[in-house]
Design a protein around this ligand. Structure first.
Ligand SMILES: [Zn+2]
Length: 78
C-alpha cells in the first residue's frame, strides 16, 4: 500500500526528535520528503521509504494539489 503524502500534512513519528517533538509538517515532496519539526523548527530530509517507516499517524491532512487548480479555474461569464 502506497502512502499519499501531501504538502502541509502534519504527521506524528514513532520516535521523538531529540528536542522532544513528535509532530512534523511536510514542507517538500519529491524523491526526498522534507519535514519541518513543529517544536524546534528544524528541517530534515527523509527518503519516502524512510518516511513511511517512521510515520505513525497523520495529525492533519494537507489539501490535495488538484484542489488549488480546481479553485483557480472559474467558468467564463457571458
Ligand atoms: Zn525538533
Amino acid at each position: 500500500m502506497s502512502l499519499e503524502i501531501r504538502l502541509g500534512d502534519v504527521v506524528r513519528l514513532r520516535k521523538p526528535h531529540p528536542c522532544g517533538g513528535y509532530e512534523w509538517t511536510v514542507v517538500r515532496l519529491g524523491a526526498d520528503i522534507g519535514l519541518h519539526c513543529t517544536t524546534c523548527q528544524r528541517r530534515v530530509l527523509l527518503t519516502r521509504r524512510e518516511f513511511e517507516k517512521r510515520v505513525k499517524t497523520f495529525v492533519h491532512r494537507g489539501e490535495p494539489a488538484s484542489a488549488a487548480v480546481t479553485l483557480a479555474s472559474q467558468p467564463p461569464t457571458s
